[in-house]
Design a protein around this ligand. Structure first.
Ligand code: IMP
Ligand code: MG
Length: 174
């Protein structure tokens, strides 16, 4: 087994949860009286989506899709491919995509495009973290938990080669 650097707490569990509660109020306003498809982008979305949807005041259909991961652990390569689970019908639906972090934006920009191609009536994006200075394509999420600088983070769903996803806080490795 390789030795890994130990992550240090950067955003505490309490800070993250408080922010999610605040953020969900804006999402609730948007979807008041509607029934969107909430589409989680596996696998990193799981803790964020779990916390977030517990705050939702509107009914929704929960669906999942998965993007190909970065082969070398930290850098994107090529055009992302997506696998949907259970072939959800998105034609005419309002879709709220939930993800852990937007970095270059390459993954999300392609997914949002795909959802529009499938006839979604609206496509919105809610991400826990955003690294706007890393953006390589124009993409502005509708709701962001925290804007962060260009640092690699782990925990609360985010991993390095599969490690650290289960941490209840967000940490840095440097
Ligand atoms: P993008 O296509 O470059 O925006 O990549 C977004 C995806 O890259 C996220 O959903 C994460 O899976 C991964 N990613 C980007 N930055 C980080 C990070 O700092 N820690 C862990 N995963 C990251
Ligand atoms: Mg992700």
């Amino acid at each position: 087994m390789t030795m890994r650097r130990k992550p240090r707490v950067w955003l505490s569990t309490e800070t993250i949860k408080e922010r999610i509660v605040a953020l969900s109020k804006d999402v609730n306003l948007e979807y008041d009286g509607k029934r969107p498809v909430v589409l989680g982008l596996l696998r990193g979305c799981v803790p964020f989506l779990t916390c977030l949807m517990q705050q939702f005041q509107f009914p929704f259909d929960l669906e999942f899709c998965q993007a190909s991961t970065y082969p070398d652990g930290t850098e994107p390569s090529g055009d992302p491919a997506f696998q949907f689970f259970g072939a959800p019908v998105l034609q005419g639906r309002e879709v709220l995509v939930v993800d852990d972090i937007v970095d270059t934006g390459a993954t999300l920009v392609r997914l949002l495009e795909l959802l529009r191609e499938q006839g979604a009536a609206s496509v919105r994006l809610c991400t826990l973290l955003d690294k706007p200075m890393r953006r390589k394509v124009p993409l502005v999420p509708d709701w962001v938990g925290f804007e962060i600088p260009d640092r690699f983070v782990v925990g609360f769903g985010m991993d390095l080669d599969g490690d650290f996803r289960g941490l209840p806080w967000i940490g840095t490795l440097d």
